[in-house]
Ligand binder design. Structure first.
Ligand code: NAG
Ligand code: NAG
Ligand code: NAG
Length: 424
């Protein structure tokens, strides 16, 4: 009798466990993937008051409450009290958010305006790196400095924000591999090859389908030195030909930190299909930008969350879920799709992706990859390539041809030889 009761009890127990497991699976929502994987947004952007940064005091304005404010036109996510102006910008990879809509982020980006090219871009970039380092040092309970892929999940598991540094725009190295190497020493772990301006060695997307010089021989040396160092090569902002030429020479996977699909919206910031196929072969990722003008090119209607879903699904269909991520551009753009107004809308996006009519449908693992695991995989691969190259290769000695700098200065309406600073 006792055995029968025990058996009955055990089978009931198993039934209840089975039922709850079944229910859990049945109840999975797309946004649940955000509880089990870090969300790494390729691109969120903060601006600091020009003068405050100039006097190194913007830092003291930053409190560690990262409130999402929904009633602002421009700011989708802000550090309280900070003042938004044009000149110096720090951007970060969005990491995660909690129920009270705190922003958390991990890739801080030292960005300096294209106007500083050929002038004091290096000094201004160093200042940005300094601000990032002081920020991380000031909030040790929340932020943790990180230079490796494994640090990201470690910090995430500890409830901290892994803080990595990136540089956006190749103009920040002033055509010098020495500067590139020293940025690496300072902790910089990715660089976008251009911002909105051509450098003497790589064209930006502003050339549309044309070209000025594509990726030059020196540009190739920059890419290969980044491979050797273990720095992510970011192709957001470069021209389509530079995308192709970089993918042809790089020895490590690349990222697009905030770019969408060209065949859905013909804007040259977006990635064309032949390049998407190259990204698959390269094992890299395209982190989809939410900017209304990049996701919807039909001027007779407004962009919506569905447009962003279409771009993400397009990449998954064409090259697979291993090669897509999120690069919202929150705070960097003035127009966002209806339904994706700020960082509190990520769960909705993930829910709707999971519900979207795809064959095969999105799985939990794929959504986790979309959220952040793809980026972590790429960073790990970049580290492995670097480990092997550092054994066999010496630091590159390439230097740029003075004529290439001269010509680019003339194109930028500067007088070669004059020593100007952007501060002026
Ligand atoms: C850039 O690359 C494209 C495609 O290969 C080519 O048609 C174009 O002539 C190149 N431009 C320059 C300046 O080399
Ligand atoms: C643009 O949007 C309008 C309004 O929604 C629609 O009627 C039209 O078919 C769209 N055009 C294209 C080319 O998709
Ligand atoms: C597009 O959005 C703007 C600003 O939110 C709004 O004023 C306008 O009515 C919208 N247009 C359409 C066609 O929904």
């Amino acid at each position: 009798m006792i055995y029968a009761s025990v058996a009955l009890f055990l089978s009931l127990l198993l039934f209840v466990i089975g039922l709850s497991v079944g229910l859990c699976i049945g109840n999975f929502k797309g946004s649940d993937a955000l509880d089990t994987a870090p969300l790494i947004d390729g691109y969120i952007f903060f601006s600091y008051h020009k003068n405050k940064l100039y006097y190194y005091s913007s830092f003291s304005l930053i409190s560690h409450k990262y409130n999402v404010i929904s009633n602002s036109q421009f700011l989708h996510c802000e550090i309280s009290n900070f003042i938004n102006l044009w000149f110096s910008v720090i951007k970060f990879f969005h990491n995660s958010f909690s129920n009270n809509n705190e922003c958390k982020f991990q890739f801080w980006v030292a960005y300096v305006h294209c106007k500083s090219q050929f002038k004091d871009a290096v000094q201004l970039t160093l200042r940005q790196i300094d601000v990032i380092k002081r920020l991380v040092a000031k909030y040790p309970k929340d932020l943790q400095f990180a230079t490796k892929a494994k640090h990201i999940e470690e910090a995430w598991n500890n409830g901290k924000i892994a803080s990595l540094i990136g540089v956006e725009g190749g103009h920040s190295i002033d055509s010098s591999l020495a500067v590139l190497r020293l940025y690496y020493e300072l902790g910089v772990r990715y660089m976008t090859l251009t911002h909105m301006c051509n450098t003497p060695w790589a064209d930006a997307s502003v050339v549309d389908d044309g070209s000025v010089r594509n990726l030059t021989k020196f540009g190739q040396a920059v890419v290969l030195e980044m491979n050797r160092l273990g720095m992510l090569v970011d192709l957001a902002h470069v021209s389509h030909n530079v995308m192709r030429e970089t993918l042809a020479v790089t020895k490590a996977p690349i990222i697009f930190s905030h770019s969408s699909v060209f065949s859905l919206c013909r804007n040259y910031r977006n990635v064309p299909d032949d390049v998407l196929h190259m990204v698959k072969k390269n094992d890299g990722i395209v982190m989809v930008n939410f900017y209304s003008k990049f996701v919807n090119c039909n001027s007779s209607r407004n962009a919506t969350i569905q447009d962003v879903i279409d771009h993400i699904n397009y990449i998954r269909n064409l090259i697979g879920a291993n090669h897509v991520g999120i690069g919202s551009d929150y705070d960097g753009i003035e127009s966002l799709p209806e339904g994706l107004e700020d960082v509190s809308k990520y769960p909705e996006l993930f829910d709707r992706l999971y519900e979207s009519d795809m064959t095969p449908p999105w799985t939990k693992e794929e959504l986790e990859k979309l959220a952040g695991r793809n980026l972590i995989r790429v960073l790990k691969a970049v580290e492995e390539v670097s480990d092997s190259l550092k054994n066999s290769e010496q630091p590159r000695q390439d230097s740029i041809d003075a004529r290439e700098i001269y010509e680019t200065e003339v194109e930028n309406h500067l007088q070669p030889g004059l020593c100007n600073t952007a501060k002026q």
